[in-house]
Design a protein around this ligand. Structure first.
Ligand code: NCD
Ligand code: ZN
Length: 332
């Protein structure tokens, strides 16, 4: 049984870094262990034009400081002209579509998918990936993702050359969809490999595990875990680490989002080790993303040891997953 591993250029393919003081707090925590990440655009207002994107990329780079970390910028989906897309193309990894009102800061999201098709057609022609928060906001909370799956079917068939990424999948049905279409890929978070709705709301309510999409049933978690542990080639790690200050989580009207970035790699090593699958971790946290997006991330070796470490109760005023608890692995 290995007691250490070396990961080459781990990538976090879905991360919320925020702006201002929160960005300064969390960006270095990601950059300590990851070589790059896909930076989500749901600021207020959203990152929805080239000028704001360049400003935000500069902010992220500044906050990351001396660490080796490439921010792969995602633009907020709206209807763009061909000239807009041509100008922004080389600065982005893809465009992130939020149905209107589906999650934190998605008020400017898409109201009608048919109105979005012209932009999607241009994205297909320009080879710009489409990243999707795939939930139907009007549906019952446990069904929001499964109700969205037919929309993925439709998009995958209508735009067979468009690279579609189902972000943060949470259901066994979404895992199955990966094998149905060549152009459909997915990210999965750490928490959705570990928890079910029981951990959020089955006993005492745990606001720090509340996120969108909500954690689902044991059979969903098991299907996600199986796909991750076998390094399904169309599945990438994307933490969806989403920091909110403590007073926005431990309150009535708790914000959605689990903060995992600083402990994600150690917890993934622990999880893959527990299932004798450490040999699949490299593909899951980097190789698959490199193949899917055609990325060449900066070289960065991360050394992990099978030694216990204690998770801080808080980072600044943000409570991480497993706050105050122990992880069986640590980053050297
Ligand atoms: C994210 C956030 O807080 O920005 N929250 C979450 O629960 N995942 C938004 C998102 O990705 O849905
Ligand atoms: Zn997210």
């Amino acid at each position: 049984m290995p007691t250490e591993i070396f990961l080459q250029s781990p990538l976090d393919m879905h991360i919320h870094l925020r702006e201002g003081a929160m960005l300064d707090l969390v960006a270095p925590l990601s950059a300590e262990t990851f070589a790059g990440g896909v930076i989500m655009p749901n600021l207020v207002p959203p990152v929805a034009d080239l000028e704001r994107l360049e400003w935000y990329m500069g902010e992220v780079r500044r906050a990351v400081g001396e660490h080796i970390f490439t921010p792969y910028m995602a633009l907020f989906f709206r209807n763009y002209s061909e000239a807009d897309l041509a100008a922004v193309r080389e600065h982005i990894i893809g465009i992130k579509l939020y149905p209107e009102g589906v999650t934190t800061n998605s008020e400017g999201g898409v109201k009608s998918l048919s109105d979005a098709e012209q932009t999607m057609a241009m994205m297909q022609d320009m080879d710009i990936p489409l990243l999707v928060h795939g939930e139907v906001p009007e549906s019952f909370v446990m069904d929001r993702e499964s109700d969205f799956l037919p929309i993925y079917d439709e998009l995958a068939q209508k735009f067979p050359r468009l690279k579609i990424i189902m972000e943060h999948i949470t259901t066994a049905a979404a895992v199955k969809l990966l094998d149905r279409y060549e152009n459909v890929h997915a990210t999965v978070t750490l928490q959705h490999l570990l928890i079910t709705l029981d951990d959020v709301a089955g006993g005492l309510l745990n606001p720090h595990l509340f996120c969108k999409p909500i954690a689902k049933r044991p059979e969903d978690r098991d299907a996600l875990l199986h796909a991750a542990l076998t390094a399904h080639p169309k599945l990438m790690f994307g933490s969806d680490s989403a920091p909110h200050p403590l007073e926005k989580k431990e309150c009535c009207g708790c914000a959605a989002g689990v903060f995992t970035a600083p402990v994600a790699l150690a917890m993934l090593a622990e999880l893959f080790d527990a299932h004798d699958a450490l040999d699949k971790l490299q593909a899951f946290v980097s190789g698959n993303a490199q193949s899917i997006y055609g990325l060449r991330p900066p070289a960065k070796t991360v050394h992990l040891l099978k030694e216990p470490c204690t998770v801080p109760a808080k980072y600044g005023d943000v409570v991480p997953i497993r706050s105050g608890g122990e992880i069986g692995w640590r980053v050297v």
